[in-house]
Design a protein around this ligand. Structure first.
Ligand SMILES: Cc1ncc(COP(=O)(O)O)c(C=O)c1O
Length: 482
């Protein structure tokens, strides 16, 4: 027998997967396989091995072969045998393991920056652990047994119902549970739509956006056509023969403004006239500070807009839960691409999120974080007004990041100077579509949600210290080293 699964039927001893292959007798092969399992760390110190009889039966070898192999490994120090309690992996096997292990080849993990002001992440220290645990426990206790079978690709109905109510109330989305498909986030939604062939390009996108999303679309064979931006958002009047347009209407990513109301209506008119579809990326719609929330474009025409969101900004990108609100004609196609079973979003997490939303914890958390981020935003604006009054800050009415506008020719060196001082952030160039012909905007994208609360003040001081000084005609160089 080459490969056997060893299962201790009596409930004692480890469940092992051993490969008895290579030269030598059954005894030699078993010794080698057990030694490799301990050495490789698959069998941890203290692990109880199956009794001779059951291992012999599972492997199809004689009982004595197993007894001999165990005895040999006890003599070598890999295993210990004690009267009445069977054979276990020796505690000192750990030391042996290190002694014989090949030298480490992977480099040690790089330390993160001292001040992390990269956009994209909420304050990880603020994850609502105990409220999430309460919801998780309740969801688990109340879940019917069928929950532990294969999941529905549309997502749990409990979550789709909770989202229907929440998205209508908080974002002005008009839908019903049957038109929501749960996924693992916005990126997954894009993949389902384009890699799965539900939609085809060319796809118009904003001239500034996440390169990661452009890359994902390129890999799916979709050509993206950049739409220039101005102070009213994307120039939707430039839309032509594209089949779809992807927008961040509530808070343009990364430049920060909302899409002008006239343009919201215009883009829906374009989609109706062309038989096209608007993709609405509502990545941080809950975090609006200065005005009443900007509702979803989807509310203008649920048959022409696909609305997508996730908990990546509101809770954590680690949860990997998102949603697509679909016009009816796309539901079947998206479900077909997902397949017969849920393969992405844990059903238990879906139930926890359903509970978390229904019991009010989600609203409470968003309100608490909105206050926290508003205060951080205010501190950023105040610090800049004091230490760098020449730097204009934009895009701060909403979201988790701001844009610090820089004079032409200074962005690259400012990003480098910041990195030099341990401040991690991106320049606007990072987000620019390679094919756009709009004049380049220069600036720093500052994610003010990322550092934990206690580290934010120091991060702000460090940021202010690396900003380029006021540039005059004869002094185009920033003050910091490259
Ligand atoms: C522009 C934009 N869209 C969408 C998302 C959400 O992505 P996901 O749901 O795949 O984590 C993010 C990041 O959180 C983002 O910055």
């Amino acid at each position: 027998m080459d490969e056997s699964r060893v299962n201790s039927a009596e409930g004692i001893g480890a469940d092992l997967h051993l490969e008895l292959s290579g030269p030598g007798s059954g005894r030699a092969a078993l010794i080698r396989a057990l030694r490799d399992a301990v050495r490789g760390g698959r069998l941890a110190p203290g692990t109880r091995l199956p009794p001779y009889r059951s291992l012999a039966a599972d492997l199809g070898v004689a009982r004595n072969t197993v007894a001999d192999a165990y005895a040999e490994l006890v003599a070598e120090g890999w295993l210990t045998a004690r009267q009445g309690s069977g054979t276990s992996v020796a505690e000192r096997a750990e030391a042996l393991r290190h002694a014989v292990r090949a030298p480490r080849t992977t480099p040690p993990r790089a330390r993160g920056p001292r001040h992390d002001l990269r956009q994209g992440t909420p304050d990880a220290s603020a994850f609502p652990r105990s409220a999430w645990l309460t919801s998780y426990r309740r969801a688990l206790q109340q879940a019917p047994n069928e929950v532990f079978g294969p999941g529905d690709p549309a997502g749990r109905v409990e979550l789709r119902e909770a989202l229907t109510e929440y998205l209508a109330r908080a974002r002005g989305v008009l839908t019903e549970p049957g038109r929501i498909v749960v996924c693992s986030g916005f990126a997954h939604a894009l993949r389902l739509l384009f890699a799965g062939g539900v939609l085809r390009g060319p796809l118009a996108v904003e001239a500034y956006g996440l390169g990661f999303h452009r890359e994902l679309l390129r890999a799916a064979g979709v050509r993206t056509v950049p739409l220039p931006l101005d102070e009213h958002g994307a120039r939707v009047d430039r839309l032509g023969h594209e089949r779809a347009v992807l927008l961040t209407p509530a808070h343009q990513f990364p430049t920060g403004g909302p899409l002008d109301p006239g343009r919201r209506a215009a883009v829906v008119d374009w989609a109706r006239a062309r038989g096209a579809v608007v993709l609405e990326d509502d990545y941080d719609g809950e975090f609006r500070y200065d005005r009443k929330p900007v509702g979803a474009v989807q509310g203008l025409d649920p048959e022409r807009v696909i609305f997508m969101g996730s908990v990546s900004k509101s809770l954590s990108p680690a949860v990997r839960l998102g949603w697509m609100v679909l016009p009816e004609r796309y539901v079947e196609g998206v479900l077909a691409v997902k397949g017969e079973r849920e393969a992405w979003a844990s059903v238990l997490d879906q139930l926890s999120l359903a509970d978390f939303i229904s019991c009010g914890s989600y609203d409470r958390h968003v309100r608490r974080m909105r206050q926290r981020y508003r205060s951080r935003r205010n501190r950023l604006v105040a610090a800049l007004a004091t230490h760098a009054p020449h730097v204009e800050v934009t895009g701060v009415a909403a979201g988790l990041h701001a844009v610090l506008r820089l004079p032409p020719g200074t962005e690259r060196s400012a990003v480098k100077a910041a990195a030099w001082q341990g401040v991690a952030l991106d320049g606007l160039a990072e987000f620019r579509h390679p094919d756009t012909d709009m004049p380049a905007d220069e600036g720093l994208v500052v994610g003010y949600a990322t550092p934990p609360e206690h580290a934010y003040g120091a991060a702000l001081d460090a940021l202010c210290a690396v900003l380029p000084p006021q540039v005059t005609a004869c002094d185009p160089q920033p003050r910091n080293p490259e």
